[in-house]
Ligand binder design. Structure first.
Ligand SMILES: [Zn+2]
Length: 124
């Protein structure tokens, strides 16, 4: 599916980075007890979007991140609006609730740890 990555632009790049960061913070803090492994990234552009680092995620969080990346890439809006302001609920049933919970948790986590620089904006 290399074609899909041609849809990466600066904005989506940033959103994917936030998505990856936020999900990995949540997984690290909340899913410590679960089997976690490196999130597989085959595409170099996607790896770059995710900050050129390995994300260690549990299976569920890995699935959620794949889902989120796919939805971002196929977003029909140009420019893409902030997801939390968007009227199209493109996430599958259950994923939207999960991602909102993660966004809330991780943004609070970053605030508490003084890492507002990583927060850019929050998506959901
Ligand atoms: Zn997890």
């Amino acid at each position: 599916m290399p074609k899909i990555f041609e849809r990466l632009d600066h904005k989506k790049d940033k959103d994917i980075r936030v998505l990856g960061n936020f999900i990995s913070i949540f997984c690290r803090e909340k899913h410590r007890g679960q089997a976690r492994s490196i999130f597989p990234i085959k595409d170099a552009r996607l790896r770059h979007s995710l900050g050129n680092k390995d994300l260690v995620l549990c299976r569920d969080c890995g699935k959620l991140l794949s889902h989120g990346i796919a939805k971002l890439l196929i977003c029909p809006y140009d420019p893409k609006p902030m997801c939390k302001k968007c009227e199209t609920h493109c996430y599958a049933q259950g994923y939207r609730e999960k991602i909102r919970k993660i966004m809330r948790f991780s943004s609070l986590y970053l605030i508490k740890h003084g890492r507002l620089d990583l927060m850019v904006h929050y998506l959901f």
